[in-house]
Design a protein around this ligand. Structure first.
Ligand code: GRF
Length: 199
Protein backbone atom coordinates (compact mmCIF):
# COMPACT_ATOMS: atom_id res chain seq x y z
CA UNK A 1 0.00 0.00 0.00
CA UNK A 2 1.30 3.43 -0.93
CA UNK A 3 0.83 6.46 1.27
CA UNK A 4 0.67 9.50 -0.96
CA UNK A 5 2.95 12.41 -0.16
CA UNK A 6 0.86 15.47 0.62
CA UNK A 7 1.94 18.65 -1.16
CA UNK A 8 0.83 22.27 -1.01
CA UNK A 9 0.93 24.56 -4.05
CA UNK A 10 1.76 28.24 -3.46
CA UNK A 11 0.59 30.56 -6.24
CA UNK A 12 -0.24 34.25 -6.65
CA UNK A 13 -1.61 34.42 -10.15
CA UNK A 14 -3.63 32.82 -12.91
CA UNK A 15 -2.50 29.38 -11.92
CA UNK A 16 -2.05 27.65 -15.27
CA UNK A 17 0.85 25.62 -13.88
CA UNK A 18 -1.09 24.90 -10.71
CA UNK A 19 -3.97 23.60 -12.84
CA UNK A 20 -1.63 21.22 -14.70
CA UNK A 21 -0.23 20.01 -11.38
CA UNK A 22 -3.70 19.42 -9.88
CA UNK A 23 -4.80 17.51 -12.99
CA UNK A 24 -1.63 15.41 -13.13
CA UNK A 25 -1.68 14.40 -9.46
CA UNK A 26 -5.32 13.32 -9.56
CA UNK A 27 -3.92 10.22 -11.25
CA UNK A 28 -0.64 9.83 -9.37
CA UNK A 29 0.04 7.09 -6.87
CA UNK A 30 3.03 9.04 -5.52
CA UNK A 31 1.59 12.34 -4.27
CA UNK A 32 -1.51 14.49 -4.02
CA UNK A 33 -2.26 18.20 -3.88
CA UNK A 34 -3.67 18.64 -0.38
CA UNK A 35 -3.71 22.45 -0.14
CA UNK A 36 -3.44 25.56 -2.31
CA UNK A 37 -2.03 28.67 -0.66
CA UNK A 38 -2.33 32.15 -2.17
CA UNK A 39 -1.57 35.69 -1.11
CA UNK A 40 -4.20 37.15 -3.47
CA UNK A 41 -7.86 36.70 -2.66
CA UNK A 42 -8.91 37.05 -6.33
CA UNK A 43 -6.16 34.78 -7.71
CA UNK A 44 -7.43 32.47 -10.44
CA UNK A 45 -5.66 29.60 -8.76
CA UNK A 46 -8.13 29.65 -5.84
CA UNK A 47 -11.05 29.09 -8.21
CA UNK A 48 -9.18 26.24 -9.92
CA UNK A 49 -8.52 24.65 -6.52
CA UNK A 50 -12.23 24.86 -5.66
CA UNK A 51 -13.09 23.18 -9.00
CA UNK A 52 -10.81 20.33 -7.97
CA UNK A 53 -12.17 20.14 -4.43
CA UNK A 54 -8.80 21.10 -2.96
CA UNK A 55 -8.75 23.18 0.27
CA UNK A 56 -7.39 26.72 -0.02
CA UNK A 57 -5.66 29.09 2.36
CA UNK A 58 -5.32 32.82 1.95
CA UNK A 59 -2.27 34.40 3.55
CA UNK A 60 -1.19 37.97 4.14
CA UNK A 61 2.37 39.19 4.67
CA UNK A 62 2.07 38.86 8.43
CA UNK A 63 0.89 35.26 8.41
CA UNK A 64 3.57 34.38 5.84
CA UNK A 65 6.55 35.98 7.57
CA UNK A 66 5.53 35.42 11.22
CA UNK A 67 5.91 31.66 10.98
CA UNK A 68 3.38 30.28 13.44
CA UNK A 69 0.06 30.54 11.61
CA UNK A 70 1.20 29.10 8.29
CA UNK A 71 3.39 26.38 9.81
CA UNK A 72 0.55 25.30 12.09
CA UNK A 73 -1.79 25.00 9.14
CA UNK A 74 0.77 23.06 7.07
CA UNK A 75 1.37 20.72 10.01
CA UNK A 76 -2.32 20.35 10.74
CA UNK A 77 -2.84 19.21 7.16
CA UNK A 78 0.26 16.97 7.25
CA UNK A 79 1.88 18.78 4.32
CA UNK A 80 5.25 17.23 3.42
CA UNK A 81 6.30 19.03 0.22
CA UNK A 82 5.84 22.57 -1.15
CA UNK A 83 5.56 23.60 -4.79
CA UNK A 84 5.73 27.23 -5.89
CA UNK A 85 3.94 27.98 -9.15
CA UNK A 86 3.97 31.70 -9.85
CA UNK A 87 4.35 32.70 -6.21
CA UNK A 88 6.06 36.07 -5.92
CA UNK A 89 7.04 36.53 -2.27
CA UNK A 90 10.48 35.55 -1.06
CA UNK A 91 10.24 32.34 0.97
CA UNK A 92 11.29 33.07 4.59
CA UNK A 93 14.08 31.14 6.28
CA UNK A 94 11.77 29.39 8.76
CA UNK A 95 9.91 27.74 5.88
CA UNK A 96 13.11 26.64 4.14
CA UNK A 97 14.25 25.11 7.46
CA UNK A 98 10.93 23.38 8.03
CA UNK A 99 11.02 21.87 4.52
CA UNK A 100 14.71 21.26 3.79
CA UNK A 101 15.15 20.18 0.16
CA UNK A 102 11.38 19.92 -0.08
CA UNK A 103 10.42 23.15 -1.84
CA UNK A 104 10.46 23.46 -5.63
CA UNK A 105 10.00 26.55 -7.80
CA UNK A 106 9.71 27.11 -11.52
CA UNK A 107 11.28 30.16 -13.14
CA UNK A 108 10.57 31.15 -16.76
CA UNK A 109 14.21 31.53 -17.90
CA UNK A 110 17.43 29.59 -18.02
CA UNK A 111 18.88 30.40 -14.59
CA UNK A 112 21.33 31.65 -13.42
CA UNK A 113 20.57 34.22 -16.12
CA UNK A 114 17.46 36.43 -15.77
CA UNK A 115 16.72 35.59 -12.15
CA UNK A 116 16.57 37.48 -8.88
CA UNK A 117 14.35 40.14 -7.38
CA UNK A 118 12.17 41.92 -9.92
CA UNK A 119 12.74 39.25 -12.56
CA UNK A 120 9.26 37.83 -12.93
CA UNK A 121 6.53 37.64 -15.57
CA UNK A 122 7.00 39.80 -18.65
CA UNK A 123 10.15 41.43 -17.16
CA UNK A 124 11.99 38.16 -17.69
CA UNK A 125 10.96 37.69 -21.32
CA UNK A 126 11.59 41.34 -22.19
CA UNK A 127 15.12 41.06 -20.78
CA UNK A 128 15.74 37.85 -22.72
CA UNK A 129 14.51 39.52 -25.92
CA UNK A 130 16.54 42.71 -25.31
CA UNK A 131 19.70 40.66 -24.83
CA UNK A 132 19.16 38.94 -28.19
CA UNK A 133 19.20 35.45 -26.69
CA UNK A 134 18.75 32.60 -29.17
CA UNK A 135 17.14 30.29 -26.64
CA UNK A 136 15.16 30.34 -23.42
CA UNK A 137 13.17 27.92 -21.30
CA UNK A 138 12.02 27.16 -17.78
CA UNK A 139 14.21 26.22 -14.84
CA UNK A 140 12.92 24.03 -12.03
CA UNK A 141 14.97 24.46 -8.87
CA UNK A 142 15.00 23.91 -5.13
CA UNK A 143 14.17 26.96 -3.05
CA UNK A 144 16.53 28.54 -0.53
CA UNK A 145 16.41 31.93 1.22
CA UNK A 146 17.48 33.81 -1.92
CA UNK A 147 15.44 34.49 -5.03
CA UNK A 148 16.08 31.91 -7.77
CA UNK A 149 19.34 30.58 -6.31
CA UNK A 150 18.64 27.04 -5.10
CA UNK A 151 20.04 23.97 -6.84
CA UNK A 152 18.77 23.45 -10.36
CA UNK A 153 16.83 20.23 -10.95
CA UNK A 154 15.77 20.58 -14.57
CA UNK A 155 15.85 22.92 -17.56
CA UNK A 156 14.07 22.71 -20.91
CA UNK A 157 15.03 24.79 -23.93
CA UNK A 158 13.21 26.41 -26.83
CA UNK A 159 14.59 28.31 -29.77
CA UNK A 160 14.04 32.07 -30.06
CA UNK A 161 13.95 33.55 -33.53
CA UNK A 162 14.71 37.24 -34.14
CA UNK A 163 11.04 37.76 -35.02
CA UNK A 164 9.79 36.46 -31.67
CA UNK A 165 8.29 39.12 -29.40
CA UNK A 166 8.55 38.90 -25.62
CA UNK A 167 4.99 37.51 -25.69
CA UNK A 168 6.01 34.82 -28.18
CA UNK A 169 8.89 33.83 -25.91
CA UNK A 170 6.55 33.76 -22.90
CA UNK A 171 4.17 31.44 -24.75
CA UNK A 172 6.92 29.01 -25.75
CA UNK A 173 8.39 28.91 -22.25
CA UNK A 174 4.99 28.46 -20.57
CA UNK A 175 4.20 25.50 -22.85
CA UNK A 176 7.42 23.86 -21.68
CA UNK A 177 6.52 24.57 -18.04
CA UNK A 178 3.17 22.84 -18.45
CA UNK A 179 4.76 19.89 -20.22
CA UNK A 180 7.45 19.26 -17.62
CA UNK A 181 6.68 20.67 -14.17
CA UNK A 182 4.21 18.01 -12.91
CA UNK A 183 6.41 15.09 -13.95
CA UNK A 184 9.53 16.64 -12.47
CA UNK A 185 7.71 17.29 -9.18
CA UNK A 186 6.71 13.63 -9.06
CA UNK A 187 10.26 12.52 -9.79
CA UNK A 188 11.73 14.78 -7.10
CA UNK A 189 9.18 13.56 -4.54
CA UNK A 190 10.03 9.96 -5.37
CA UNK A 191 13.75 10.67 -5.00
CA UNK A 192 13.27 12.68 -1.80
CA UNK A 193 10.96 10.32 0.02
CA UNK A 194 12.05 7.12 -1.70
CA UNK A 195 10.67 4.02 -0.09
CA UNK A 196 8.97 6.14 2.58
CA UNK A 197 6.06 6.37 0.14
CA UNK A 198 5.55 2.63 0.56
CA UNK A 199 4.02 1.52 3.82
C1 GRF B 1 5.30 30.99 -14.74
O1 GRF B 1 5.84 31.59 -15.87
C2 GRF B 1 6.38 30.57 -13.79
O2 GRF B 1 7.58 30.26 -14.42
C3 GRF B 1 6.57 31.78 -12.93
O3 GRF B 1 5.29 32.34 -12.80
C4 GRF B 1 4.47 31.97 -13.92
C5 GRF B 1 3.21 31.39 -13.39
O4 GRF B 1 2.23 31.28 -14.36
N1 GRF B 1 7.21 31.45 -11.69
P1 GRF B 1 0.86 30.58 -14.03
O5 GRF B 1 0.20 31.35 -12.90
O6 GRF B 1 1.16 29.17 -13.64
O7 GRF B 1 0.05 30.66 -15.30
Amino acid sequence: MMTKIRMAIFASGGGSNARKIMEYFKHSTVAEVALVVSNKKDAGVLEIAREHGIPTMLIDRKSFYDATELLEELNRRHIQFLVLAGFLWLVPAYLVKAFPGKILNIHPALLPKYGGKGMYGHHVHEAVKAAGERESGPTIHFVNEHYDEGDIVFQARCEITPNDSAEDIARKVLALEHAHYPGIIERVILTTFGSATTS
